[in-house]
Design a protein around this ligand. Structure first.
Ligand SMILES: Nc1ncnc2c1ncn2[C@@H]1O[C@H](COP(=O)(O)OP(=O)(O)O)[C@@H](O)[C@H]1O
Ligand SMILES: Cc1cn([C@H]2C[C@H](O)[C@@H](COP(=O)(O)OP(=O)(O)O)O2)c(=O)[nH]c1=O
Length: 205
């Protein structure tokens, strides 16, 4: 089972993941993230910092995803583990749709073609929704802003996330990210237990 946590920068994904690590410790989940901790992940972070070319930046995100699948996601799923990822392919569709707009024709189609035939769709995606100005306030408290971390960029990214959620309502669970984190974490943990429990029940003869 593959579960992803998505949302704009500052929406609370990494805080939520930390809470889930505690709340779901008995489920032996694999917690992971994109961009990852490999050398490609480092290259991605360098590309973000340099902000030179959105096409090479997008391709590095895809390379990081391929490495992530090969080294972490597939092995864990093959072992029957629950994988919970802080960002996954929806991040690419949401952010690169915005950064590549006006750079290449139909970025959505280009991104879909790049993932075709080897990637996978999560079983369940929690999407944290927050007014972009609130997200920027939260990030601002932490220091330097990356090039995505501008209100108009995050607003556009969130719109793409929401339009993806409208197309696949059975996969996406929308969360109000301005709620208390304790409440968000207990709701998400319960949902994960419910979905994983019902999958177990399906498996029984
Ligand atoms: N529900 C919440 N209420 C108040 N503050 C929050 C909440 N969720 C996250 N924060 C704070 O907002 C900041 C950004 O959260 P973070 O988890 O790093 O976001 P992300 O991983 O999505 O960029 C952190 O300082 C965090 O403590
Ligand atoms: C995974 C991924 C991330 N990103 C962006 C989102 C973030 O602004 C940036 C770094 O990701 P991350 O470190 O997860 O940012 P945050 O914790 O602030 O949410 O990379 C993409 O543009 N495309 C992608 O495919």
């Amino acid at each position: 089972m593959l579960i992803t946590i998505e949302g704009i920068d500052g929406s609370g994904k990494s805080t939520l993941i930390k809470r889930l690590e505690n709340r779901l410790s008995d489920l032996n989940c694999v917690f992971t993230r994109e961009p990852g901790a490999t050398w490609i992940g480092k290259a991605v972070r360098q590309a973000i910092a340099e902000e030179t070319d959105p096409i090479s930046e997008a391709l590095l995100f895809v390379a990081d995803h391929a490495m992530h699948l090969k080294t972490i996601v597939w092995p864990a799923l093959d072992d029957g583990r629950i994988v919970i990822s802080d960002r996954f392919t929806d991040s690419r569709f949401a952010y690169q749709q915005v950064t590549l707009s006006g750079v290449i024709d139909d970025p959505g189609r280009w991104l879909a073609a790049l993932h075709e035939g080897w990637s996978l769709t999560p079983d369940l995606t929690f999407l944290l929704i927050i007014p972009p100005a609130r997200a920027i306030e939260r990030i601002d408290r932490e220091g330097v802003l990356e090039h995505f971390e501008r209100e108009e960029v995050l607003a556009a990214v969130q719109q793409v996330y929401l339009s993806r959620a409208r197309v696949e309502p059975e996969r996406f669970v929308l969360i109000d990210a301005e709620e208390e984190m304790e409440e968000i974490a207990s709701f998400v943990a319960e949902e994960i237990r419910r979905v994983c429990g019902s999958q177990e029940a399906h498996r029984q003869p």
